[in-house]
Design a binder for this molecule. Structure first.
Ligand code: PDD
Length: 279
């Protein structure tokens, strides 16, 4: 596999990352995951704008993010994924500096930049049936708007979901549902889509943005408003949204069965409309 590493396209085996890298020592880095459908990157500008913002918020001097469009296309073509479904991962860290110190390294320290493409199959089977989610305490920091590689609470929550037979863990902060471990959460109440407001407590998901656009086109009202955990049983439908899940129906929250236990009609309508945009 050919990957991109610090300005070069090289076999993955040849990548060498220093043990002094701040990504390794401090999770001092940011990332993006972008889908490619039939060789075409989906909403790449949105993803690169968000990457740019994450870098800016952490004051990491990364490369010009616009270059990733060409880099991504080359990775997809050179690894023969131009005719199928793939995903692209990009990570940028503040680079390697020794000795280990919390304070940022000198200005000249180059960032570490890594990107690779891999074949990715959409979860067609789960889309049809929907998934169960579990609610877990949101123990993350309060800058969840930054797509930082510091994902330990997310990984722990996702693992807990797996061990409970669920497909996703959804965080609850102060009694309010924020988002999933790697998705945004939405619920339908009286034909209105409700999702947590864009803020420092959630990642501004690109899928969430596209679904809002679709709702506008389909005249489905969207309300960015906190959903209290105690009110989730009143939801007619629930779903999680993300680059890797797209529009995923949620049919069970903890022990509560949502609606009749099948993916809801508005969720399926949004899922189909989303599919039409990518295929
Ligand atoms: N996760 N919230 C969190 C915490 C996420 O990590 C993600 C994406 C989302 C959805 O954002 P988007 O629609 O832009 O993918 C929401 C990626 C896919 C991941 O970590 O693998």
């Amino acid at each position: 596999m050919i990957v991109y590493f610090n300005n070069r396209f090289i076999p993955k085996e040849e990548v060498k990352i220093s043990p002094d890298d701040r990504g390794f020592l401090f999770a001092d880095g940011v990332y993006e995951v972008i889908r490619s459908y039939d060789g075409k990157l989906f909403r790449v500008e949105d993803h690169l704008n968000r990457l740019e913002r994450s870098l800016r918020e952490l004051r990491i001097k990364g490369p010009d993010t616009k270059n990733f469009k060409t880099i991504a296309d080359k990775l997809i073509q050179d690894n023969h994924m131009g005719n199928g479904d793939a995903a692209l991962y990009i990570q940028i860290t503040r680079g390697a500096a020794t000795p280990r110190k919390h304070v940022f390294p000198d200005k000249e320290t180059p960032p570490t930049v890594y990107a690779y493409a891999y074949p990715f199959q959409s979860p067609h089977e789960e889309w049809k049936k929907g998934i169960k989610v579990i609610l877990v305490p949101d123990i993350r920091w309060t800058r969840c708007d930054i797509k930082s590689v510091g994902l330990l609470p997310n990984a722990m929550a996702c693992q807990q979901a797996r061990e409970n037979g669920a497909g996703e863990a959804v965080f609850v902060r102060d009694g309010v549902i924020t988002e999933g471990s790697h998705t945004n959460f939405c619920a339908i109440f009286d034909k209105e889509l409700v999702t947590y407001p864009k803020s420092n407590y959630i990642l501004a998901g690109i899928t969430r943005k596209v679904v809002s656009e679709i709702c506008r086109e389909l005249n489905i009202p969207v309300r960015e408003f906190p959903i209290f955990e105690k009110d989730i049983e009143k939801a007619d439908e629930c779903m999680v949204l993300g680059t890797t899940t797209e529009v995923m129906p949620v049919v069970q929250v903890n022990d509560h069965i949502v609606g009749d236990g099948k993916p809801g009609p508005l969720t399926m309508k949004l899922q189909q409309a989303f599919r039409e945009r990518v295929t």
